[in-house]
Design a protein around this ligand. Sequence first.
Ligand SMILES: Cc1cc2nc3c(=O)[nH]c(=O)nc-3n(C[C@H](O)[C@H](O)[C@H](O)COP(=O)(O)O)c2cc1C
Ligand SMILES: CCCCC(=O)C(=O)O
Length: 359
Amino acid sequence: MLLTLSDYEAEAQARLTKPVWDFVTGGAGEDGTVRANRRAFDGWRFRPRVGIDVSSIDVSTKLLGCSWQAPIAIAPTALHELCARDGELATAPAAASVGLPFTVSTFGSRTIEELAASCPQAVLWQQVYVFKDRSVTASLVERAHAAGAGAILVTVDSPWLGRRHRDMRGEFAMPPGVIARNLAASTGDDPDIVSPSAHSRRTMDPSLTWRDITWLSGLTDLPVVCKGVQTGEDAVAAREAGAAAVVVSNHGGRQLEGARATLDALPEVVAAVGPDYPVLMDGGVRSGRDVLLALGLGASAVLVGRPVLHGLAVAGTAGVAGVLTTLVEELVDAMGHCGRTTLRAIGHDLVTPTLGARP
Ligand SMILES: Cc1cc2nc3c(=O)[nH]c(=O)nc-3n(C[C@H](O)[C@H](O)[C@H](O)COP(=O)(O)O)c2cc1C
Ligand SMILES: CCCCC(=O)C(=O)O
């Protein structure tokens, strides 16, 4: 029975080849930060209130110029065709049916134009990297705008891709026929991503600074969101560079082994930018209760990465819709039991450190 996101994960593992499973699941080094992201949620418990009418619960929100049915978006992950034949073409209708934004990766196996045409109801965001060749980044932004995207997420944690031991030991190579078509539409040819790590060394720009974010913000009227911020200082710098929001993210533990859990970094970031600036987070969110803890610690919304790929591998569109619906239903359930009927009613008083879990 597919009751929880762990059920989808186990079923996905049974369906994917080992190299693809390792690529999706793995992180930098020995996966220490991947585990930290998950464990951090165990460090917090709820302080439920009772005596409050919870017969009607509204988890919808307005953020970054669009309406969301719940404070959850799909994080950008490369190449959905690794997990399902139609790739992102299967993901977009699931996001649209649940009413949540879908961030298309630079390395999407389908172009943002194809996705916008095939699923006009979907709220699509475009993730970009700052490439050495700035014209490729600018082209991604321009195409996203023309395709009707709602926001640009610029990933700032990737001078190159992290040292991912699982992929290095398994000598991961992209399966033949899996093509980064979204990037290809901006470079004009099929980018050689057989080794993602080698491709990143050739193309991603390690000289990226906040000046580049200012440049990027000047290219578009769309909200620009900085993804990959892990400190209060950098959140303030992102805001000064023109970002409309930040995503507290360590790239799902795939970049710096030893980075702290994102849930642990979140309160510092929220304190630095104040309550009126949108702070999103991702990394290890695997239930609606996790979503609620993140909101209690100050997040405006969360993104989910791997669980969407698990849903895709299990049952395409229906699988992704199942994963997203589960998260929303669990969030509503937990809010009711906590005596909270709207997102506005969620504050730091909702959470308390787990006794014995923290020094
Ligand atoms: C297979 C895979 C591919 C990813 N590709 C990208 C990408 O192309 N761009 C990006 O900014 N982040 C990428 N990420 C990171 C996700 O956007 C997100 O930060 C992370 O998956 C969140 O953690 P979670 O998987 O625990 O939810 C990728 C993550 C995975 C697992
Ligand atoms: C082919 C690009 C892979 C991207 C990726 O793995 C990541 O951003 O984590």
